[in-house]
Design a protein around this ligand. Sequence first.
Ligand code: GBH
Length: 451
Amino acid sequence: MTEAALPFPSGFVWGSATASYQVEGAVDTDGRGRSIWDTFCDVPGAILNGDTGAVACDQYHRYPEDVALMASLGLGAYRFSVAWPRIQPDGRGAPNQKGLDHYRRLVSTLLENGITPYVTLYHWDLPQALQDRGGWPERDTAYRFADYAEIVHDALGDVVEHWITLNEPKVSSHAGYGSGIHAPGIRDLAQRDRAAHHLLLAHGLGVQRLRAAGARQVGITLDLSPVDPASPAEEDVAAARRVDADSHGLFLEPILTGAYPAGVMDPSVVAAGDFDLIGAPLDFLGVNYYRRMLVRAAPSGHLRAETVLPSGTPVTSVGWPVQPEGFRDLLVGLSARYPGLPPIYITENGAAFPDAVGADGQVHDPLRVDYLHRHLLALRSAIEAGVDVRGYFVWTLIDNFEWAEGFSARFGIVYVDHTDQSRVPKSSATWYGRVARSNAVPPPLRADVGN
Ligand code: GBH
């Protein structure tokens, strides 16, 4: 790193993130129950190439190696999720001590290595037994989540300070119950809306329980994108507004202002007092940023809208455009729009590229280095503009089970050979480790100057 490296605020947190079903494997070990993702992976055609998370990266057994990797890179934090079916195999009732012991060992290993744990309680792996009783469209699931949250806090609250209730509730409701491309694979807009409300309620009840138990830092993670019309035409502007309300307003507004935007929720789903829980103050907001969205009007579909790719913008291997400027715009826009916005952690940001081991045995991923570099410059510029961002977690530590894309999409800064589970840090890992250790990002490449 040269002297011209651009510093981040002191104490800024640098970490990596993963999710239980994407990395753990060991789905039958130590009394784990089935999750909706185990079931969904058995549906023919649901997952690319018929991949499943049954083995994933075997992190359940290999966590000491992964923690050692993080430590060798100089990362200061790890965001992981707890698999609810390991803690309550049937989604309710007495906890499974072996499941709790696993996370206790993981947290101890992190702390011994100077790495701060950030725990996500729910990253999409609902116990199948709860789906059998109706899943998120059922109000009772929110109360089951609150019990589960309290159990995990009782077991780890003395060693974990940072708690994230849910990861991306929009994806749980919209992809799980709306488009059906994620577990449990349901396509029903009424169920989708009920799921969204009950996820928000689960968050609110979870916050209440965590606070009562003495949790110190409580937040939620949302996936957010700036949404813009593809043209100034009135119908495109209206389509963009519909998409923004349906994917962001539906979650941000009740959490930050205690009410839904007009027209996005069937009022009969909402009970008295729900908004007091859902809108309770948070210690931080987790933001996952991948891309911005350009929207135009479409003749059919629920929102009569479709996303278009901006011409000339490079895309990642899952087809998402690379738009670092959208990162800054998102953060600056959020803090302008919500005066009481809590401090932000970037809980995910990263990209999939077609990485492979080269003849030299190394994995060179200059596209990811460039992606991270540009996004960190955009983040720093948002911080300089006054946005209170406390930390950044790259998605993701290791190539893993990328949901409906199976193992085809590699988002890791560490390469995983899915046949023997060997790990090879990519050049982006070395680069990101330098950023973390120096708390600074290199200046823009010459070609970037003036952009
Ligand atoms: C995250 O979801 C997940 O939290 C994580 O588990 C996952 O591995 C990671 O991202 C990478 O996928 O381009 O039309 O799909 C991100 C989900 C991605 C949903 C961007 C919204 C934009 C609309 N989001 N997507 S589209």
